[in-house]
Design a protein. Structure first.
Length: 119
């Protein structure tokens, strides 16, 4: 079972809670990007982009490397795997609940007289 009270997981979900940061992660999934490249699709300043990048760094989702005056960011997938494991626990829960609902609905469909009172 996945530990449900991990501070690292809180930080990851906080970082993933912002659409700009999720978009930046999507960009990084296809390769390294500079801060400017990560900021380009958004109407934000480089300072604002840097704040988003710091949130992603604090969550361990990316690593930033300084190459001269250029900051290059790289995706670190480990924390995403941890979040996926946590979500997977609930996915299994909901799948079992939905499977049970499906069984009940099929039974009602196969036996329409069940559950009907004098109509």
């Amino acid at each position: 079972m996945v530990e449900l009270h991990m501070p690292e997981l809180d930080t990851v979900f906080h970082a993933l809670g912002d659409a700009t940061r999720r978009g930046m992660l999507r960009q990084l999934s296809s390769g390294d990007r500079t801060v400017g490249e990560l900021a380009a699709p958004y109407a934000i300043s480089l300072a604002a982009a840097s704040k988003h990048i710091k949130a992603l760094e604090q969550a361990g989702l990316i690593r930033r490397e300084v190459r001269g005056r250029t900051h290059v960011c790289r995706l670190e997938p480990g924390p995403l795997a941890t979040a996926h494991k946590w979500l997977n626990f609930y996915e299994r829960f909901w799948e079992s609940r939905l499977d049970a609902l499906e069984r009940v609905l099929r039974e009602e469909e196969d036996n329409p007289a069940n559950g009907k009172t004098g109509e």
